[in-house]
Design a protein around this ligand. Structure first.
Ligand code: NAD
Length: 267
């Protein structure tokens, strides 16, 4: 067996032995669904400026808002489908081992793959929704997109005339308190913390693996490139999530099957 095969077996053993797994995802889990990440070559930052996503600029600049509504469509959130990595995370839930999926993503793909929505903790909001920054009324992305496509560059709230904003967390905005507290609690109580597709450079989200590790959990990182916390990890696999995750799940399922068989023969 080569090193890659041994890594898969080791990852499977860790999942097999664990009961309360937290999966923590970043943009890299969705690149194979056709949604670009921020920092990879060809990612969002190669086309757009980070300042466009600061709340200060968004609220003060109609040009930026028009650009964001256009960018929102370019992200292709609506047309994207969950990939093999999202489905593998659903398999962990079906095994009864998933405590939570903590995601930095705003694409709704974990829910669409079939993870129970109550298990998905969205640290950075969700682009499916649009919120009024004045009266907090909520609209669906489709409702607002129709207005943008019909020619309203900078659509306003139909209830109060306030500025509309995608219901994702912009730079300079606090994280949703409830989501942060739930993510913190789940991270502190898990026995295995699995990072998939995150560079672990965006804080405070990137504190979560540290909370898990300092409370005794094992840390596994699956990412195409190096991350800021590889040095903390019990194991790290460099590879594409859509290819690696199904192989790991397959190996876990084999272990579960043989555990059931040996239990039955011992009766
Ligand atoms: P990031 O861009 O900083 O890092 C993504 C990481 O994923 C990179 O290290 C890259 O090497 C890795 N990666 C890319 N494709 C991969 C694949 N197929 N398999 C495994 N790894 C892969 O993203 P981040 O850490 O999530 O942080 C950036 C912010 O980006 C987050 O706050 C998030 O809200 C936002 N974001 C979200 C989406 C989305 O919802 N899909 C898309 C772009 C950005």
């Amino acid at each position: 067996m080569d090193q890659a095969g041994r890594d898969i077996e080791r990852a499977a053993e860790l999942i097999f032995q664990s009961q309360r797994i937290v999966v923590f995802t970043g943009a890299g889990v969705s690149t194979e669904s056709g949604i670009p990440d921020f920092r990879s070559p060809g990612g969002i930052w190669t086309t757009f400026e980070p300042e466009d996503f600061t709340i200060q600029r968004f609220l003060s600049s109609p040009e930026t808002r028009i650009k964001i509504w256009t960018l929102g469509r370019a992200f292709k959130f609506q047309q994207a489908f969950p990939n093999a990595a999202h489905h593998a995370i659903v398999d962990i839930e079906k095994m009864g081992k998933l405590s939570a999926v903590i995601t930095q993503n705003i694409d709704n793909l974990h829910q669409r793959a079939g993870n129970r929505p109550t298990l998905v903790v969205e640290l950075h909001g969700n682009m499916q929704e649009v919120v009024c920054t004045s009266c907090r009324a909520l609209w669906s992305w489709e409702q607002v997109e129709q207005r943008v496509l019909a020619g309203e560059g900078d659509p306003r709230c139909k209830q109060c005339g306030g500025i509309l904003k995608p219901n994702a967390v912009f730079f300079g905005e606090p994280l949703p308190v409830h989501a942060f507290m739930k993510a913190h609690e789940k991270s502190c109580r898990c026995d295995l913390f699995v990072v998939i597709g995150s560079s672990l450079v965006v804080y405070p989200a990137a504190e979560m693996p540290r909370y898990a590790k300092s409370n005794g959990a094992k840390l596994m990182i699956i990412n195409l490139s190096d991350t800021d916390q590889d040095y903390l990890a019990d194991m790290s696999i460099k590879g594409s999530a859509g290819e690696v995750m199904p192989r790991i799940i397959n190996a876990v399922e084999k272990r579960m099957k043989s555990a059931v068989e040996s239990h039955l023969t011992s009766l």
